[in-house]
Design a protein. Structure first.
Length: 395
């Protein structure tokens, strides 16, 4: 399969993994809460089923990456995601939602952990950031689609239409699975036969700061995406349609984020792009508590750009130093820190919101954590910046 087609197919799989399997729950949360749950604290606990499963799936992918090719892992993840989405359409309470989200969490890990490495391995090194960015842009496209679908269905049928949203997403997941089974046949890579080195992640310059920054990203993004719509509706008084439209801008930013930051990091450097990206993310988060337009829309668009852009740069940095099979294991281990942090986000955000009587405190915390990510990423910048000799000449 040609590199361009493979990257686009990976982008479709990424949409199923993240936009449908994870972010749709946050988009549909107000309707699900009113129609089925009745408690945001319970809703936050249900959300942890997805992130816990994602974390466990990441551990499994890291272990399997020594034996399984990335394409096979992606195909298995799509099958798991399709079943999980189908179960969500039939959920009758918190337990049913948790089971469906658990399956989509595992499927999401099997898709997303190997996906950037596969996309980056089929292009020349100078285009690696761009290819990984395009692969990740499918997440944004999926969120835009889900947001528009949600808005259109809720305008006609009210809260109960959240099940129909999941039904449509199930159909798309099945189509993506069939396409990947038939077409995802990447050409043999020159490093396919090279043994996977032990401790591959530790061989990456600046890996400690890279991993710590990804953990900060996990906590900040999980709070933001879980409660953006709810904060705008409950705190700022936005209508359901208005809040959904703002969330759509997150998806639009997601489409462009990897495409912008990936190539930028190819030219500007991974470390410098990471530091600037985390600072921009912190600024976007802190606009939400203001609860006014056009700042809410600017927040969503800017956050979406960073949300897809930063993982693309992280993945590109790993791919610069690792083979595709090593990438899946190393990215999986790096993602463990991210997964643990995002696991704490929904329940912590829900608890703080109920305790404080609003969502100002959760978003202030998320903004601070994103700024910490910028500080941690200085380690990547230092590790990848060529040192100069006393005479000013680079070695």
């Amino acid at each position: 399969m040609r590199p361009r087609g493979l990257v686009l197919l990976v982008a479709l799989a990424s949409a199923v993994a993240q936009a449908f399997g994870r972010f749709s729950y946050a988009l549909l949360l107000p309707a699900i809460n009113r129609d089925l749950l009745g408690s945001y604290a319970v809703a936050g606990l249900v959300a942890t089923a997805n992130v816990t499963a994602y974390l466990l799936g990441t551990v499994a992918v890291s272990a399997l990456s020594r034996r399984a090719r990335p394409a096979a892992l992606i195909q298995a993840g799509l099958a798991c995601s399709a079943v999980g989405l189908a179960l969500l359409t039939r959920a009758g309470g918190a337990g049913g939602l948790a089971v469906g989200l658990t399956l989509t969490g595992v499927g999401g890990a099997f898709i997303w952990v190997p996906a950037p490495g596969l996309a980056g391995s089929v292009v020349r090194p100078s285009r690696r950031g761009a290819a990984i960015g395009v692969a990740g842009s499918g997440i944004g496209g999926g969120i835009v689609f889900a947001s528009a679908l949600t808005w259109g269905l809720q305008a006609q049928g009210g809260d109960a239409t959240w099940r129909t949203v999941y039904l449509v997403e199930t159909a798309i997941a099945v189509v993506a699975l069939v396409l990947c089974l038939l077409l995802l046949r990447p050409a043999p890579h020159r490093d396919d036969g090279v043994p996977v080195r032990a401790g591959a992640l530790r061989r990456v310059p600046g890996w400690i700061g890279l991993t710590g920054g990804y953990a900060a990203y996990g906590l900040a993004y999980s709070v933001y995406t879980s409660y953006l719509v709810t904060a705008l509706e409950d705190d700022a008084g936005f209508s359901a349609g208005h809040a959904s439209a703002v969330y759509t801008l997150v998806g639009i930013g997601l489409v462009a984020g990897g495409i912008v930051l990936g190539p930028l990091s190819d030219r500007w450097g991974r470390g410098r792009t990471l530091v600037a990206g985390y600072l921009a993310m912190a600024g976007a988060i802190l606009l939400v508590p203001l609860g006014v337009e056009p700042l809410a829309s600017a927040s969503a668009l800017g956050f979406g750009l960073m949300m897809s852009g930063l993982p693309a740069v992280i993945a590109a940095h790993l791919s610069d130093f690792l083979t595709p099979r090593e990438f899946a294991g190393a990215f999986g281990r790096c993602t463990l820190a991210f997964g643990l942090a995002q696991l704490a986000g929904p329940p912590l955000g829900g608890f703080l919101a109920e305790t404080a009587g609003g969502f100002v405190v959760p978003f202030l915390l998320a903004g601070l954590v994103a700024a910490v990510g910028a500080g941690l990423s200085l380690d990547v910048l230092r590790a990848t910046t060529p040192r100069r000799r006393p005479d000013g000449v680079r070695p």
